[in-house]
Design a protein around this ligand. Structure first.
Ligand code: ACM
Length: 541
């Protein structure tokens, strides 16, 4: 059957198939309309079949229904699929489960079901089977960094489709960084007028002597964001926006110099950063900065209706705060001890602010330093440690350790990898990644909401490069996030690779520029670009 991610239970009856044809109907139960719409538009385009409305009682029908007992429960993402010689019945625990079941059904129809128009002579058949399936984790995420390299809106919509095809359900949208601000904020227009463009881009890793002398940038209008969020919601994907503060903020300071530490440097001389690494230019811990970002978040909450808002909080260099009389006076006035206490105060301010508006803050694991506000969740990226600490303290966590699931890191050790930064992390390494730290008790482990793979785009200048880094590893990651796999050493990687031979054909039909198992194709290589980490430096920077 070769379904990826693999279902919890699947049984095939013999070797026969049920064949779909022009007369095949779609019987749509209550709550099943959105999945029916998706099937009709997606499978309708690929197959050319009308999939006309039909009675649930006839033959030659795909029946779609939602189990009223399971909706709104933990089983809402579960589904069952039964295929008999007379038709198929797909039952979702909720509309989301039905949608995930529809993804399985599409995979079972073969690679041509992933095209946008029918090939001549297409044959559409489903194996006779019974599948029962449900996800292991409720947070199955992908972080997309659109700040380092902008991904135009069409690319984001395409990634939402690719996520849906792999049953991933959280897009962590890294919208701001030192190198670019990507979301329109109406009350602060310079954030995009100035902050969304940089004059040139470092080519290769941060110690490379090369720049591409070409302006780079772009941003999403608020209507673009509304479209992205709605498109995601139709696919049962939540979009978690990230505004990275108080570090990684040079683009915002270039747009509004008063946000920076003006008593340390002349912030009017700053531009959107054209280098990689961690900029020393961080936000000033002033009331003006707090009010400015409250304004940003007021607009964001209108655009992003989901539970979580990501506040970044990673890699905030404290040198300017140490030198700034304003920051030092603030530390004394607040009684927070030192610069780490000041960062914790900054994060807690927005935690309280977001909680008062019915939202939850999530941040990178640095937000644990200096004490984390109740209710806040943590993205554990510097290994497992932050996740362990947070879960033990009763905080929810999303596991995304850089050693395992930073997909910007190279996937082989050969000289042909394009801009080969970071650790070598192969398809098998990702397949054997275990999100739940072994040392947690069952009660602590219940705080692991799930896991996400992170795509930082310093060395991914367009969607072909993003595809290359993401795939095929994102398929392995999806199985880790969805399927209840055994312990890492016991996972059947050979079996996964066998199923991947079918999955590569699906990715081909979707037009995904994945890394072939035999290594990069000639056009995927970037000879001469510096990529390897510098001796003794963090591997991902
Ligand atoms: C991170 O990689 N700086 C979260």
């Amino acid at each position: 059957m070769d379904v990826i991610p693999g279902p919890a239970y699947a049984h095939r009856y013999g070797t026969d198939f049920w064949e779909l044809g022009p007369g095949t109907g779609l019987a749509v139960g209550e709550g099943a309309e959105p999945a029916a719409r998706w099937l009709r538009s997606t499978l309708g385009a690929a197959t050319g079949l009308p999939l006309a409305p039909a009675s649930a009682h006839g033959d030659d029908v795909i029946r779609l229904s939602v189990d009223p007992a399971a909706a709104n429960s933990a089983a809402a993402e579960s589904y069952q699929l039964a295929v008999t010689p007379k038709g198929a019945h797909l039952i979702g625990g909720g509309p989301a489960g039905l949608f995930w079941g529809a993804q399985t059904l599409r995979q079972l129809l073969g690679p041509a079901a992933f095209r946008r128009a029918p090939l001549p002579g297409g044959q559409w058949r489903l194996p006779l089977l019974h599948i029962q399936d449900a996800p292991r984790f409720r947070w199955r995420g992908l972080m997309l960094d659109v700040a380092r390299h902008f991904m135009p809106k069409d690319g984001v919509l395409r990634y939402l489709d690719l996520m849906a095809a792999h049953k991933l359900n959280v897009l962590h949208f890294h919208l701001t960084d030192d190198q670019g601000w990507r979301v329109e904020i109406k009350r602060h227009p310079r954030l995009t007028e100035v902050g969304s463009w940089r004059a040139r881009t470092k080519f290769g890793h941060r110690a490379s002597p090369l720049w591409e002398e070409k302006p780079h940038g772009g941003y999403y209008t608020q209507d673009d964001i509304r479209e992205i969020v709605a498109y995601a919601a139709e696919r049962h994907i939540a979009v978690v926006p990230e505004i990275d503060v108080p570090g990684h903020s040079q683009a915002a300071i270039a747009a509004y110099p008063e946000l920076g530490n003006t008593d340390v440097i002349d912030t009017t001389s700053l531009s959107v950063w054209d280098n990689w690494g961690i900029s020393p230019n961080v936000l000033a811990p002033t009331d003006n900065t707090l009010r400015f970002y409250e304004g940003v978040f007021e607009e964001l909450l209108e655009l992003f209706p989901g539970e979580f808002v990501h506040l970044g909080g990673d890699e905030c260099l404290k040198d300017q705060w140490r030198q700034s009389a304003t920051a030092q006076a603030r530390i004394k006035e607040l009684g927070v001890g030192d610069e780490d206490g000041l960062q914790a105060w900054f994060v807690r301010h927005f935690d309280t602010w977001l909680s008062a508006r019915g939202r939850r803050l999530i941040g990178w694991d640095e937000i644990l330093e200096g004490g984390l506000a109740e209710g806040a969740a943590v993205s554990s990226w510097r290994g497992y440690e932050g996740g362990v600490t947070a879960a033990r303290a009763g905080h929810d966590v999303v596991m995304c350790p850089e050693q395992q699931v930073y997909l910007d890191h190279r996937q082989a050790d050969g000289p042909d990898e394009p801009v080969p930064i970071g650790y070598v992390r192969t398809l098998e390494d990702v397949y054997r990644f275990e999100p739940v730290p072994a040392e947690l008790t069952a009660a602590e482990a219940a705080h692991v909401l799930g896991t996400q793979a992170n795509l930082w785009t310093e060395v991914m200048e367009d969607h072909a490069r993003v595809d290359y880094q993401a795939f095929p590893r994102l398929a392995a990651f999806a199985e880790v996030a969805w399927s209840a796999l055994p312990a890492p050493a016991e996972r059947d990687f050979a079996g996964f690779e066998r199923r991947m031979t079918a999955h590569y054909r699906r990715l081909d039909a979707l037009g995904v520029g994945y890394r072939p198992p035999t290594g990069p194709l000639p056009w995927q290589r970037r000879p001469g670009v510096l990529g390897r980490p510098i001796e003794g430096s963090p591997p991902n920077k």
